[in-house]
Structures are given as structure tokens and as C-alpha cells.
Ligand binder design. Structure first.
Ligand code: PBG
Length: 329
């Protein structure tokens, strides 16, 4: 065999020769405690309803949600993020179900806390879109525009009722200016200094939220582009980050995850607080749909997508596969 020059001069392939060797040199390892399970609970149903665009994910009843929480805990998952889906007739312009102590999310928070105590971190989505009849994340002014400061008042109240109901962590996802500061003050005022804020810091206006709209029965017409970020931008994420930290965010989040790994890496490099990433409904649906058609190896694709998110700098990953993946690890 002729040798051409002196190449290869180095042989990186040596470190890829066997599974044992690859395992030893792996830089990124997923752990069940990296994972947080987002879960939906729907009012007024007697059996769980599977979400069409998210096969394997359900709108839970109160009972099936408790079961899902216990299963997540037993699998070693770190936390659960709850979304409430009220009965259609209870939606209104102000999203009052979101501040009603008997609203579905608050009821579910109490259920789950009773079940898991302090062993699983219980988180709540703090946003109005699930409870408003117009489907926006905030209340509207008389011109139909989302009114930032009027929305902040609603968020302050939501934070208090969610914390009263047992949330360890609230997750403000509405992208209103000043939301973290207002929520921190509201929590502190009523003695919830220990409730943490996971700020949805860089939340992009994404087509990949599509299946979630079905999951929460969203009534939204139009879009969220006046409050969620433009996918074209990086700098405004850094600005949102600075503001959220200044206002008192305990943890920050990037959402979606997969299409925004560059943002995740930038933010992760820049902060000294834990960083979360949300692998959202559309990211889930794409892999499930391709796998169903036999176009992709499902389990490998799931693990690769999560490894990529962790490699980019996430300490915590919200994923609808949390329990399943935790069991495999
Ligand atoms: C807003 C919220 C959304 C998601 C989480 N919180 C929807 C949106 O902003 O349009 C999306 C999560 C997902 O797609 O999995 N309450």
C-alpha cells in the first residue's frame, strides 16, 4: 500500500474505536435530574385525552396528572411544569380562571404537591393564554393590543395564587416587560420569599409551538409577535437576560431549544444562574412524526436532540419525553 505524504498525522478515530472507549471520553452525559416534565391538566374530563399532534402526550385528569407526577418522580425526573386547561365556558377577557384559587391550575398544583411533597420540584406556567378567551398571554386594551402594564397586575396576582397553591417555582412565559420584578415583589409581599422564578428569558415567536395550541385548547387568532422575540435576533435575548437577572430571576430559560442552540450557548456562557431550555411541542411532534413514518430512529433521535441541548449549555431541559428518557438512563 502506497503511503501518501505523512497523512494522517493524527488519528482521532482511536478514541472512537469501541463503545467503552467512547463512553469514557464522552463530554456530555444526560442524567434524569436534568429533566423536567411539562404536563397538561384539563378541567371537566373524566379520562385523559391524547393530544393529536403530540402522540403519547395527554391532557390529564386530576387523577392521571397525580399518577404522571409520581411516575416522573420515581424515574428520577427533577421537576414537573404544570399547564392548566380550563373549561371553555370559564375563559374570559381577563383570564380570571388564572387567579381563581379554584381554577384548574391551582387545584392541580395542590393535588400534585400533596402527592410529591418536596421530592419533585413543582412548577407552574405563569401566563394568561390558557385562560383568556382571546388566547393572548396578556389582557388587551380597548384597541385589542396586549397591554403590558395591565397584564403585570394580573401576573402579580397569579404568582400569589400559584405560590399559595404550592408551586415551588413559577415560570412566567408571557414576555411582558418588567414581569420578573413585579412577580418577585408580589411573592415577597405575601411571604413567598422562598418561591423561585424560572424566567422565560429568551422566548421566541415560533411556529414550533403549533401542537401546544391544541394541547391547551388555545383560542388564539393572530400571533404573539408584539411580545415574543423575532427569530432573527440575538442581541435582544442578551438584553432580556440582563433585565431578568436585574429584576431577580433565579433561573433563566431559552425557548424553543433545538433551533436556538446558539442563543442557549451565548446565555449559558454569560450567566452565573442555572439555565433551562424548553424542547417544545413542535420539536417533539417532528421527531414522533418522522419516526412513525419510519424516516428516523426514534430513540436515537430523542437522545441526540437532548444531548445537543445539554452540550449547548442547558442545566435543565423541559421535555415531554422526560419520564421515558429518565427511565432509560
Ligand atoms: C405560553 C406558553 C406556550 C408554550 C409554553 N408556555 C405557548 C406560546 O407561547 O405560544 C409552548 C410550549 C410548547 O410548545 O411545548 N403560556
Amino acid at each position: 500500500m502506497t503511503k501518501y505524504g505523512s497523512f494522517p498525522g493524527a488519528r482521532p478515530r482511536r478514541l472512537r474505536t469501541t463503545p467503552a472507549m467512547r463512553r469514557m471520553v464522552a463530554e456530555t452525559r444526560l442524567h434524569p435530574a436534568d429533566l423536567i416534565l411539562p404536563a397538561f391538566v384539563r378541567e371537566g374530563i373524566s379520562d385523559p385525552v391524547e393530544i393529536g399532534a403530540m402522540p403519547g402526550v395527554f391532557q390529564h385528569t386530576r387523577d392521571s396528572l397525580k399518577k404522571a407526577a409520581v411516575e416522573a418522580l420515581e424515574a428520577g425526573v427533577a421537576g414537573i411544569m404544570l399547564f392548566g386547561v380550563p373549561e371553555e365556558s370559564k375563559k374570559d377577557a381577563l383570564g380570571t380562571a388564572g387567579t381563581d384559587p379554584d381554577g384548574i391550575l391551582q387545584v392541580a398544583l395542590r393535588d400534585v404537591r400533596d402527592e410529591v411533597g418536596d421530592d419533585l420540584i413543582v412548577m407552574s406556567d405563569l401566563c394568561l393564554d390558557e385562560t383568556t378567551d382571546h388566547g393572548h398571554c396578556g389582557v388587551q386594551d380597548d384597541q385589542g393590543r396586549v397591554d403590558n402594564d395591565a397584564t403585570l397586575e394580573r401576573y402579580a396576582e397569579m404568582a400569589q395564587v400559584q405560590a399559595d397553591a404550592g408551586a415551588h417555582v413559577v415560570g412566567p412565559s408571557g414576555m411582558m416587560d418588567g414581569q420578573i420584578g413585579v412577580i418577585r415583589d408580589a411573592l415577597d409581599q405575601v411571604g413567598h420569599e422562598d418561591v423561585s422564578i424560572l424566567a422565560y428569558t429568551a422566548k421566541y415567536s415560533s411556529a414550533f409551538y403549533g401542537p401546544f395550541r391544541e394541547a391547551v385548547g388555545s383560542s388564539l387568532k393572530g400571533d404573539r409577535k408584539t411580545y415574543q422575540q423575532d427569530p432573527a435576533n440575538t442581541r435582544e435575548s442578551l438584553r432580556e437576560l440582563a433585565l431578568d437577572l436585574e429584576e431577580g430571576a433565579d433561573m433563566v430559560m431559552v425557548k424553543p431549544a433545538g433551533p436556538y442552540l446558539d442563543i442557549l450557548a451565548r446565555i449559558s456562557d454569560a450567566v452565573d444562574v442555572p439555565v433551562a431550555a424548553y424542547q417544545i411541542s413542535g420539536e417533539y411532534a417532528m421527531i414522533e412524526a418522522a419516526a412513525e413514518r419510519g424516516w428516523i430512529e426514534r430513540d436515537r433521535a430523542i437522545m441526540e436532540s437532548l444531548t445537543g441541548i445539554k452540550r449547548a449549555g442547558a442545566n435543565m431541559i423541559l421535555t415531554y419525553w422526560a419520564t421515558e428518557v429518565a427511565r432509560q438512563l
